[in-house]
Structures are given as C-alpha cells and as structure tokens.
Write a protein that binds this ligand. Structure first.
Ligand code: FDA
Length: 306
C-alpha cells in the first residue's frame, strides 16, 4: 500500500519540485548515487574494485523524449567506457543501460542503434552491457531488442522482474548457455493482471525463477538485498553444483554494504549497481518506496531535520 502510494506520488510534478528543492535532499541522494559526473562514477568503480567487489554503472535518466537527449546519453556511455578502459577498470566494471533513456518510448529503432553502439564499445573495452527492465509495457520490446543485440554481442545481459506473472516463462527462455540474466523483484507500479501484488507471492516467484536460472547453463545474477533470498541463492549454488564463477550476487550502491563484503569474504562474486548523473529523481523515489526506514530518513531530510 505504502509502496504504491509513494510510486504514484512520485509521478506528481509538485512532489518532484518539493523533493528537488528540499533542504538536505543532496545528503539523501548521496547515499544512493555516486555523484553527478563521469569522474564520480570512476572513483566509485575504483573503490569497489579495491574492496574486491565489481560494479555496474548506470548513467541516470529514463523516459527520454528527444533525439538530442538520447544521443547525449549514448555519448556519455561511450565516454564512460573509454575512461573505464583507460583507468584499467573495465575488467571489474560493466554498464547498465535503460532503453527508455536511449529513446525507446518514441523510436524503438533509434534506441536499438544507440544500444548497439554502446555494446560495441563495451566489447572493445573488454566489458559487458546489461539492459535494465522498466515498466511492463516495455518488457516484450526490451526482450526483442536484447535478442537482436545478442546476435552480435552475446554477452549482453537482461533483467527479469520476479513480480511479473510472465517471468517464470521468460527465465526458461533465457536459461541458455552464455545468457546473463539479472533477477530482481521489480520496482515499478504494476496492475494485478500482470504482476503479483503481495510480498510473499513475489518472493515465491523469485525462488521459482532462481531455481530455473541456477539449474540452467546460463549466468544468473542474483539481484536482491533480501537476506532470505540471498541465503536461498547460496543454497541453490550448492544444490545445483553451480561454481562461484558461473553466477554472481548483485546489490545497489549504498544498500547493505556490509553484506556485500561478507559475500565476497565467503568467496562469491558480488557486483554493485552504481547510478550517477543529474537525473536521480525517479531512481531515488523507487528506493524510498522499497523500505519504510529509507522513507523516514528522507522525511527527516526534506523537513530539514537530519
Ligand atoms: P526488498 O526491498 O523486499 O527488501 C527485502 C529485505 O532486504 C528487507 O526486508 C531487508 O531485510 C533487506 N533490506 C532491503 N533494503 C535494506 C537496507 N537499506 N538496509 C538493510 N536491509 C535492507 N528493478 C527493476 O524493476 N528493474 C531493474 O532493471 C532493476 N535493476 C536492479 C539491479 C540491481 C543490481 C538490484 C539489486 C536491483 C534492481 N532493481 C531493478 C530493483 C529491484 O527490483 C528491487 O526493487 C530492489 O532490489 C529491492 O528489492 P529486494 O530484493 O532488495 O527486496
């Protein structure tokens, strides 16, 4: 209920203005976002690598409305990949891309062309691209573009959202050799017809999907902070004899950093999703919707009380 209310309020222009201008908003943003510049992203990628973690960098932005914006997003990814390579960080750091930031909402082919250029740059830098998953009305299109991108760049990864009723079937389709699939719960507001609404149903779906991915020949990326699901991930690796090099755990920047390091100490690969850039609003609101304590932290900041 609270989650739905926050996600709905997040779409209001008034709420956006309030959040953008509130005192101390910057402090809240800093907890979840690396900073605004390419240099900030590289700095955090370096810090993660030094701690034995890997990273995936996301240049913030979604629902791009113009060709200029889409091209600027593509160019930022190209600059980032170039600099990751120059800093010798491409081995430990990949990029995550939202197709809507590349123009998917108004020109699917444009988004595909931009994504293809980014995938080619990632391949030459020696790293990979994962396509983020957004609202359910884009799922088919995103999976179609994924297949086209994989024809030239087979390491291109996808995100599947366990809250969608269709996802178990998508997991079966994508559980093939070389296929990188990031499994998350899902962060958008979706109707009951397409998505499980209760937390328990979402968790059960996550486990069913995890079973498919961990027993298959692909490369699962277990993206969750949920202690029970992390434990089930560890358990399934043993049960299905999946070596540590053939899957990884993933968490968001600023969330459960001590758990990220614990998993590394246990010998697992852990990748941290690091957003950066000015367009942090939508991302921040989804993080606030996930956890009441994040909301309390944010409310104190907005009201000026730390
Ligand atoms: P959930 O939010 O239900 O939290 C479960 C439990 O985790 C909590 O009860 C608590 O125990 C623990 N926990 C969570 N936050 C904590 C905190 N701050 N401190 C301590 N404990 C905490 N979504 C999407 O729709 N499309 C996408 O492309 C992506 N991409 C993506 C990449 C990566 C790497 C991750 C980790 C996540 C995404 N997501 C996403 C977001 C995802 O769908 C989901 O909204 C969040 O990960 C939150 O879900 P959890 O699985 O963490 O569980």
């Amino acid at each position: 209920m609270l989650r739905s209310a926050i996600l709905a309020a997040a779409r209001s222009g008034r709420v956006e203005r309030l959040v953008q201008t509130a005192p101390y908003t910057r402090d809240v943003v800093r907890r979840f976002v690396a900073g605004t510049t390419t240099a900030d992203a590289l700095r955090v990628a370096g810090e993660l690598a030094a701690a034995g973690l890997t990273g995936t960098l996301d240049y913030l932005g979604e629902d791009t409305e113009t060709g200029e914006q889409a091209a600027a997003t593509r160019d930022e990814y190209l600059r980032l990949l170039d600099q990751l390579s120059a800093a010798d960080l491409a081995g430990a750091t990949e990029v995550s891309v939202k197709l809507s930031a590349l123009g998917q909402r108004f020109d699917e082919e444009l988004a595909y062309d931009h994504a293809k250029v980014i995938c080619a740059a990632a391949t030459s830098a020696g790293t990979t691209v994962t396509l983020d998953m957004e609202d359910s009305d884009t799922t088919d299109q995103t999976l179609d573009l994924l297949q086209r991108l994989r024809a030239d760049h087979p390491s291109t990864g996808a995100v599947l959202q366990a809250y969608l009723r269709r996802t178990e079937a998508d997991c079966r389709e994508l559980a093939v050799p070389g296929s990188r699939v990031r499994l998350c719960k899902g962060a958008y507001k979706e109707p009951e017809a397409v998505a499980f609404q209760g937390a328990v149903d979402v968790d059960k779906s996550y486990v069913r999907c995890l079973n498919i991915l961990m027993s298959g020949p692909g490369y699962p990326m277990i993206a969750t902070h949920d202690p029970r699901l992390v434990a089930i991930g560890e358990d399934r690796a043993k049960w299905f004899n999946k070596p540590n090099e053939e899957f990884e755990f993933q968490m968001l920047y600023g969330i459960r950093p001590e758990e990220q390091l614990r998993l590394v100490a246990e010998g697992y690969q852990v990748r941290v999703y690091v957003p950066y850039g000015d367009e942090w609003y939508g991302y921040l609101m989804r993080r606030l919707a996930e956890r009441p304590s994040n909301l309390a932290f944010f409310a104190r900041a907005v009201s000026g009380r730390k």
